[in-house]
Design a protein around this ligand. Structure first.
Ligand code: ADP
Length: 548
C-alpha cells in the first residue's frame, strides 16, 4: 500500500492527463453513438412532420366535401313523398354548394328504377336527366341504393358514399330515407374538378404550410399534386424544381386516385439529419481538440513548474553541499595553522594554498549564484569595451593555471599565427564564461588531465574552444545542459559537486555578445565547448545584444 501514494505523487501529471483524456474519449464515443441515433430519429421525425402536413391537407379536403355534402344533400323525405322536389333546387340555388358541378336527385317514390332530376347551379333549373355519360354515372353511383330501395332494406342516414369509377364524373351521394328508414330517393353532387384544382387545393395547401413549417423559406418545400397517371396537376410554389418525394399520400374520401407529395429541393430528411450529425460531431471534435490543447498546455506548464521546483530543491542541496565541504576544510586547516600544529613551512604553504584555492572557488560559486539571480531578474549588467579577446583569454588562463598546477592539470593554448581583430566585449563576463568552462573541464575530467584552449578565426567568427578528455556528456543530454539547474543524471556526475548554473550563465553571456555556444561530446572520451562570437562587419563594430 505504501507504494501507491508514492506512485500517485510521482506520476501526478500523467494520471491527471489520463483522468481528463479517458472521460473525454468516452464522452466523444457516447456522443457519436447518441448523435447517430439522433440522426436516424430526427430523419424519421422530419418525415413524420412532413407526413402530418399532408395528412392535414387531406383531412381539410375531406372535411370540406363532407360538410358540403351533409349540408346540401340531407333533404327531407317529404320532398320525395309529397312531390316537392323543386324545393330542394330552390334551396341549392339559395345557398350555392361550393365545389359542385351539378347536383341531382333520384326519386324512387314514383319510379322504382329511379327518376333522375338534374340541377345545374348555372341556370338554377331542375330537369329530367338526358341520356348522357353523366346520367349513366349517376345510375351507376346510385345502384346500391336503388337495390336497397327495391329490397326494402333499412338504411341509417346520413350514409354518404363516393363513386369515382368515372374520373370525369366524381359523385358523392346521400340516400334519403323516410321515418321507417326506407330509401325514398338519393341526392348527390357531381364534383367540379376545376374548383378542386384551382381554388380549393391552393388555398388548403397555402393555409397549412406556415402552420406546420413556420420557419421554412418560401421555396424550401414543394407540394405536388398528381393524378392517377402521375401527371402533375398542380405544384406549389408554381414552377418549382421536381424531385424525389420525401412523403406521398393519397387524398381521402374524394379524388382518392390523386396523390399529394412533399419534397425539399435543397435537402432530404436524411441529408438534413446527416448534416446535423456532421455539424454536431465536428463541433464536439473541435471543442475536444481545443480542450485537449488547453489541458496539454496546462499540463506542460505544470510539468515545467514541477520540474523547476525539483531542480530548485536539488540546487539548494547541491549548493549547500558545495559550501559546506570546503568551508569545513578551511576551518580545519585554519585551526591547525592558528594552533601552530603544522610542522613544516612547506605544509604551511600547502594549507595556505588550499585555503586560498577553496576560498576562490567559493567566491566563484557565490558569483555564479549572484549572477544567476541578476540574470533571472533582468538586472545583470555588462560593460562593453573594444577589447582583444586573446588578451582576455590569456589573462584568465594565467590566473586559472596557478591553481591547476598543484592538481596536475596542464592547459594547452593554441593561437592563430595572425593577430585577431578586436571586438566589442565585456572582458569580465567573457573571462567568467571561460572560467566556468575550464572549471567544468577540470571537474568532469578523467585520468587524462589535459585541457586544450583554442582561439581561432573561422567564417567571420572568433572561435573560443575548450576541450577536455573527461567523462563526456550523453548525446540526449547535450541539448539540456545549458538549462538552468540541469545536471546530467548519470552516476559519475553525482560524484562531482555542482550547482547546475555554470553553463546557463555561460550561454547567457555568449548570447549577450551576439554569439552562440555549442558542445560536441562523447561519453568516456571528453567534451569540447565552442563559443562563436561574431566579428564586426568590415568597418563597423559588432553590436552585442542585451548588455547595459
Ligand atoms: P555544474 O555546476 O553542475 O557543473 P554546469 O551548468 O556548469 O553545472 O554544467 C551542467 C552539467 O553539464 C553538469 O552538471 C555536467 O553534468 C555537464 N557538464 C558540463 N561541463 C561538462 C564537461 N566538461 N564534461 C562533462 N560534463 C559536463
Amino acid at each position: 500500500m505504501a507504494g501507491i501514494p508514492g506512485f500517485l505523487k510521482r506520476h501526478t501529471l500523467q494520471i491527471g492527463f489520463v483522468a481528463v483524456l479517458a472521460p473525454l474519449v468516452v464522452l466523444l464515443c457516447l456522443q457519436f453513438v447518441w448523435l447517430g441515433r439522433l440522426e436516424r430519429a430526427s430523419a424519421i421525425a422530419q418525415k413524420a412532420s412532413l407526413s402530418n402536413y399532408l395528412e392535414a391537407v387531406g383531412t381539410e379536403v375531406q372535411y370540406f366535401y363532407r360538410a358540403a355534402a351533409e349540408r346540401s344533400l340531407n333533404l327531407p323525405a317529404a320532398f320525395f313523398t309529397q312531390g316537392r322536389l323543386e324545393r330542394a333546387a330552390a334551396e341549392w340555388q339559395k345557398k350555392p354548394v361550393e365545389g359542385a358541378r351539378l347536383l341531382f336527385i333520384v326519386d324512387y317514390t314514383h319510379d322504382r328504377f329511379g327518376n333522375i332530376l338534374i340541377h345545374d347551379p348555372q341556370d338554377g333549373t331542375l330537369r329530367t336527366a338526358p341520356a348522357s355519360d353523366e346520367s349513366l354515372a349517376i345510375v351507376v353511383a346510385c345502384t346500391p341504393w336503388q337495390m336497397a330501395s327495391l329490397a326494402g332494406r333499412r338504411v341509417a342516414p346520413p350514409a354518404l358514399a363516393v363513386d369515382e369509377r368515372s374520373p370525369e364524373h366524381r359523385i358523392v351521394v346521400n340516400p334519403i330515407t323516410d321515418e321507417a328508414s326506407h330509401i325514398v330517393g338519393v341526392a348527390g353532387i357531381i364534383l367540379d374538378e376545376d374548383y378542386f384544382r384551382t381554388r380549393l387545393l391552393p388555398s388548403v395547401i397555402a393555409r397549412a404550410l406556415p402552420r406546420f413549417f413556420p420557419d421554412a423559406a418560401r421555396d424550401e418545400l414543394v407540394v405536388t399534386v398528381r393524378d392517377a397517371r402521375g401527371g402533375v396537376i398542380m405544384m406549389t410554389p408554381p414552377g418549382a424544381e421536381e424531385g424525389a418525394a420525401a412523403v406521398t399520400r393519397r387524398f381521402p374520401f374524394v379524388f382518392e386516385d390523386w396523390t399529394v407529395s412533399l419534397h425539399s429541393p435543397r435537402s432530404t430528411p436524411e441529408r438534413w439529419a446527416r448534416a446535423n450529425f456532421a455539424f454536431n460531431m465536428t463541433l464536439s471534435g473541435l471543442l475536444a481538440i481545443v480542450l485537449m490543447g488547453g489541458i496539454l498546455l496546462s499540463l506542460r506548464s505544470a510539468s515545467r513548474a514541477v520540474k523547476l521546483s525539483q531542480m530548485k530543491s536539488d540546487f539548494v542541496s547541491n549548493v549547500s553541499h558545495e559550501l559546506r565541504t570546503p568551508l569545513a576544510s578551511i576551518r580545519v586547516f585554519a585551526e591547525l595553522l592558528r594552533l601552530g600544529r603544522v610542522p613544516s613551512p612547506e605544509k604551511v604553504r600547502e594549507y595556505g594554498e588550499y585555503i586560498e584555492a577553496e576560498g576562490r572557488r567559493l567566491t566563484r560559486l557565490i558569483d555564479n549564484i549572484l549572477d544567476f539571480a541578476r540574470i533571472e531578474s533582468g538586472r545583470k549588467s555588462y560593460t562593453f569595451v573594444h577589447g582583444d579577446l586573446q588578451e582576455v583569454v590569456a589573462a584568465t588562463l594565467r590566473t586559472f593555471e596557478v591553481h591547476l598546477r598543484p592538481s596536475g592539470f596542464s592547459v594547452r593554448f593554441d593561437l592563430p599565427a595572425d593577430p585577431l581583430p578586436s571586438i566589442v566585449l565585456d572582458p569580465d563576463a567573457i573571462g567568467q564564461a571561460l572560467h566556468n568552462l575550464l572549471d567544468n573541464a577540470v571537474k568532469y575530467s578523467g585520468p587524462v588531465k589535459e585541457i586544450a584552449v583554442r582561439l581561432a578565426r573561422e567564417d567571420g567568427d572568433l572561435v573560443l574552444a575548450v576541450q577536455d578528455h573527461g567523462i563526456g556528456i550523453p548525446r540526449e543530454e547535450q541539448g539540456r545542459i545549458f538549462e538552468r539547474f540541469h545536471r546530467v543524471s548519470t552516476g559519475l556526475v553525482h560524484e562531482v559537486q555542482g550547482s547546475g548554473l555554470g553553463l546557463s550563465i555561460v550561454e547567457h553571456i555568449v548570447q549577450v555578445h551576439g554569439g552562440r555556444i555549442t558542445v560536441a561530446s562523447e561519453p568516456g572520451r571528453g567534451s569540447t565547448f565552442v563559443i562563436r562570437l561574431p566579428l564586426p562587419p568590415r568597418g563597423g563594430a559588432a553590436a552585442p545584444h542585451g548588455g547595459r
